[in-house]
Design a protein around this ligand. Sequence first.
Ligand SMILES: Nc1ncnc2c1ncn2[C@@H]1O[C@H](COP(=O)(O)OS(=O)(=O)O)[C@@H](OP(=O)(O)O)[C@H]1O
Ligand SMILES: Nc1ncnc2c1ncn2[C@@H]1O[C@H](COP(=O)(O)OP(=O)(O)O)[C@@H](O)[C@H]1O
Length: 200
Amino acid sequence: MGTSSKNIVWHHGAIDRRERQRINGHGSFALWLTGLSGSGKSSIAVELENRLYHEGIRTYILDGDNIRHGLNNNLGFSPEDRKENLRRVGEVAKLFVEAGLISIAAFISPYHEDRGMVRNMFAANEFIEIFVSCSLEQCEERDPKGLYKRARAGEIRDFTGISAPYEVPLNPELVIETDKYSVHECVDLIVSYLKQKCLL
Ligand SMILES: Nc1ncnc2c1ncn2[C@@H]1O[C@H](COP(=O)(O)OS(=O)(=O)O)[C@@H](OP(=O)(O)O)[C@H]1O
Ligand SMILES: Nc1ncnc2c1ncn2[C@@H]1O[C@H](COP(=O)(O)OP(=O)(O)O)[C@@H](O)[C@H]1O
């Protein structure tokens, strides 16, 4: 608990998460997509949400690029700022889970420590880490926003994979290889995993 929380007392509501889940007709949990820029996190999040929506499942996507336009527009890419970015996003993802939704978070989240910090915000079966695996070469070839080119030219500092590290997840719940399978196949794998674990 942060030190500023010490004089604050939790106020309970009348409706809890289980009741929200009941009215929604499904459970709620966080899906955490981690991987290099260009690995496919956003594309998969969007296609997964689309698939789940058409099955009547309520979701909400938290995407690094979007969150950094608003809530986290005061943060950069130093290790400290990335940690704070992910701490806030973890808390927001948790609010969506409390609200009875499946929150789909798509963040590079390059450090073991920070992913562990977010995991620790959730109960064991509520946080599913999905490593969106793609070689740096392939990400750089895709370069959908031209950022790798700019990072190689020295125009962007601390760029993940080029001038800042990406620590490959050691024990994710799921690995999807976007340099081997299509977006649809990757989403099939995620949906199959969730069904197999009786989460859908
Ligand atoms: N220096 C540097 N390193 C990495 N990424 C950079 C950087 N500068 C800007 N961008 C753009 O910011 C997006 C990543 O933001 P995240 O919030 O996901 O990053 S992190 O989890 O805090 O590491 C990332 O989005 P994705 O390409 O979707 O991953 C980039 O578009
Ligand atoms: N299997 C796949 N999964 C996700 N994206 C893929 C896949 N195959 C090719 N791509 C392409 O790779 C690019 C990934 O970009 P994006 O989704 O923005 O990645 P990120 O959010 O990780 O930066 C997109 O142009 C997408 O069409």
